[in-house]
Ligand binder design. Structure first.
Ligand code: LLP
Length: 410
């Protein structure tokens, strides 16, 4: 979103306030142009013969977004059988989907196997069980490199205390199972965390995976997961994808020479693809002065966007209704019956009741982590695509809240 002479504008000069009036708030708005740009940017950053980007469905799974990624040529990274089914419904070929679950049941693995998607295994008991049942199915293995990386503890997943992946130190055990069951290992994978800023962390993890990869002679791909950081405010650093691409490609191409085969380089970004493409538009219910602060209370809360409360994540907030107003200091809070602060002590153009506020970087893990807490309805989603706006999910209704409840005679 840009601030122009006429106020904030989305791509194709679309006025977000008009969308608020048309669809009502709260509402998630996504811009397909930004998603396309991010996808192309990433494709161009890596100079390797074979690159596959698998969009992380967990970050934003609306079927229209998935279809857009399919059109762009992306694959999908899925963590649940439901994500797999959504991906197939969106038109993805099974082999364009890689299933990387954590601690799921063998039954769920079997369902995914039946769908024909690629299977990425993240623990030894599952490797033994799955391998014994499907020895002919090529699989990939998720390793834990024991690297601490990520924006905060909750989203760092490649360290020694993490539940994810098979420890790289367990490689000898893995190799015995692979040999014993005659398994075909087509890929190796790591994912160390989300919001990683330092390109050297990626490169360090890379070396560990390369070392591991040398033990598997029949690989087709190496998957380096994700963790690319995006900017959450002006001046904020983001992963320098172009620099990373340059360094990484050189190293990857060299590795392929050493390995003796041109492997596919895979990544599975979520935030990098969709975070900045989304805004969450809310409306101000109340402006309340207390002895300590001025609160702007909006018609949403942690039920709709939990990142600020759950991760202390910074999401920039602007007043769409008064774009050039004098800045004052507000705490923007939600309507939930516990503390749900979207932004503490923020300089925002003067807010009046009824004003639309936009919470930025809401595309990734925004709607996806929404709930019905306080029996609130989950909001609508709108997609801006080629200059037009489309409602791509309706706001829930009371019927949705009651849909699966069963009233008994009391
Ligand atoms: N691959 C795997 C195996 C993952 O576990 C994840 C994210 C991704 C790829 C995508 O990572 P990304 O590009 O989005 O950083 N809800 C948290 C983020 C949790 C990420 C979980 N795994 C947040 O809102 O920050």
């Amino acid at each position: 979103m840009q601030l122009t002479d006429s106020g904030y504008r989305l791509s194709n000069d679309i006025d977000p306030v008009a969308l608020g009036d048309k669809y009502g708030a709260p509402i998630y708005i996504y811009d397909s142009q930004i998603i396309k740009n991010q996808y192309q940017r990433m494709k161009q950053a890596f100079d390797v013969p074979k690159l596959k980007i698998n969009f992380a469905v967990k970050s934003l799974s609306n079927i229209n977004i998935l279809k857009l990624f399919n059109k762009l040529g992306s694959g999908l990274d899925c963590v649940s059988i439901q994500e797999v089914e959504l991906g197939l419904k969106a038109g993805f070929a099974p082999k364009s989907i890689i299933f990387t679950p954590s601690s799921v049941s063998f039954q769920e693995m079997q369902l995914a196997q039946k769908k024909g998607v690629r299977i990425n295994i993240d623990n030894i008991p599952m490797l033994e069980q799955f391998g014994a049942e499907y020895p002919d199915m090529p699989i990939s293995l998720r390793f834990n490199p024991h690297i601490f990386a990520g924006g905060n503890r909750k989203i760092s997943v490649g360290h020694i205390n993490s539940k994810f992946g098979i420890s790289v130190h367990q490689l000898p055990h893995v190799l015995r199972i692979v040999q014993q069951l005659h398994l075909q290992i087509e890929g190796v994978h790591i994912h160390t965390g989300s919001d990683i800023l330092d390109t050297d962390v990626f490169l360090a993890a890379t070396e560990i995976l390369f070392n591991t990869a040398l033990s598997f002679p029949d690989l087709d791909y190496i998957d380096f997961g994700s963790g690319f950081k995006v900017a959450y405010k002006e001046g904020d650093n983001e992963t320098d994808i172009e620099l990373l691409g340059q360094k990484f490609s050189k190293r990857f191409n060299l590795f392929c020479k050493e390995y003796g085969k041109t492997l596919t380089l895979m990544f599975e970004p979520g935030k990098f693809m969709v975070s900045q493409a989304g805004i969450f538009l809310v409306q101000t219910n109340i402006v309340k002065q207390t002895p300590a602060a001025v609160f702007a209370g909006v018609n949403s809360g942690l039920n709709h966007l939990i990142r600020p409360m759950f991760y202390d994540a910074y999401h920039h907030i602007v007043n769409l209704s008064n774009p050039f107003g004098k800045k004052r200091i507000y705490s923007v809070v939600g309507y939930i019956c516990e503390t749900d602060t979207f932004g503490l002590d923020r300089q925002i153009a003067e807010i009046k009741e009824g004003d639309y506020l936009a919470i930025l970087n809401a595309g990734a893990y925004g709607f996806m982590m929404a709930s019905n807490y306080n029996s609130r309805l989950r909001p609508a989603e709108v997609l801006i695509h080629e200059g037009k706006d489309y409602l791509i999910r309706k706001q829930e209704t009371m019927d949705d809240l009651l849909r699966n409840q069963i009233e008994i005679a009391l």
